[in-house]
Design a protein around this ligand. Structure first.
Ligand code: HPA
Length: 279
């Protein structure tokens, strides 16, 4: 197989998923570390373990189940990816885009991305939620772009516009929903680093200087592939740990999972509210 994802892999994976669907999903959700429980509230779900889908980059991280859960939530037909795959697991960055390509082949136009992240902004605390208004594509700037390789013209152009990766409409809708529920949400810039190391104090000072509010190890590659294919994206970062004002990050994966568990119900309320109001 080529080092890049192509139509052959995408179509084989899509066919395997489609063969098991009883409904056509309209909205896709990708759930981050510790947030997988959201999928449990889907009624009468179709569950597809991702290891049964050809070419799917399989997730190996504790706290990530690795399955697609398809069903109805708040009157919308949703496809939830519980357990995403991360670049640090060793997959070629192009492969991180495969789940997004399958969603696009299924005709899904709206994507909700969630993640666990470290709060670098001084006003952010564990348990907070941040609407991603933009991302800093640090990995792609360094050459690791999921669109590197032959362009897949059936999905989008060679040089895609990234001037509004995260849909201003979905951001406005989410802010309205959260305000109505009395749930405070920050809005800020997310950066994806390769991981799996957490940041050194010098990393943190650098990231703060270049305008980052929240730091994680996901979301950006998926958002780039999604935008290339013309999807409308909503990104919500959950703050699972604080990066101290002096730039010290003493996060542990355990803490990330525990805080994720605690804030999941709040995130779920927001996502349900957004789904209810989606056109
Ligand atoms: N840094 C990077 N990724 C993360 C963090 C962090 O502090 N917390 C959760 N994911």
């Amino acid at each position: 197989m080529s080092e890049y994802i192509g139509y052959h892999e995408i179509d084989a994976a899509t066919d395997a998923v489609r063969a098991r669907l009883t409904i056509i999903p309209e909205v896709a959700l990708i759930l981050g570390s510790g947030l997988g429980e959201l999928a449990e509230s889907i009624q009468d779900p179709t569950i597809i373990p991702t290891r049964e889908i050809p070419f799917w980059p399989v997730s190996t991280v504790p706290g990530h189940k690795g399955r697609l859960v398809i069903g109805e939530l708040e009157g919308k037909k949703v496809l939830v990816l519980q357990g995403r795959t991360h670049y640090y697991e060793g997959h070629n960055i192009s492969k991180i885009g495969l789940p997004i390509r399958v969603m696009q082949r299924l005709g899904i136009k709206t994507l909700i991305l969630t993640n666990a992240s470290g709060g670098l902004n001084n006003d952010f605390y564990p348990g907070d939620l941040m609407i991603i208004k933009d991302h800093l594509a640090l990995l792609p700037m360094a050459g690791e772009n999921p669109l590197r390789g032959p362009n897949l013209d059936e999905f989008g152009p060679r040089f895609p516009d990234m001037s509004a990766v995260y849909s201003p409409k979905l951001i406005a809708l989410t802010e309205q929903v959260a305000a109505e529920m009395g749930i405070a949400m920050h809005k800020g810039v997310y950066v994806c680093l390769s991981g799996p190391t957490f940041e050194t104090p010098a990393d943190c000072r650098f990231l703060k200087m270049i305008g980052v509010d929240a730091v994680g190890m996901s979301t950006v590659p998926e958002a780039i592939v999604a935008r290339h294919g013309g999807m409308d994206i909503l990104g919500i970062a959950t703050i699972t740990n604080k990066i101290d004002p002096d730039g010290t990050n003493k996060a542990s994966h355990q803490e990330v999972l525990e805080v994720g568990d605690q804030l999941a119900p709040k995130l779920m309320r927001v996502i349900r509210g957004v789904l209810r109001k989606l056109a």
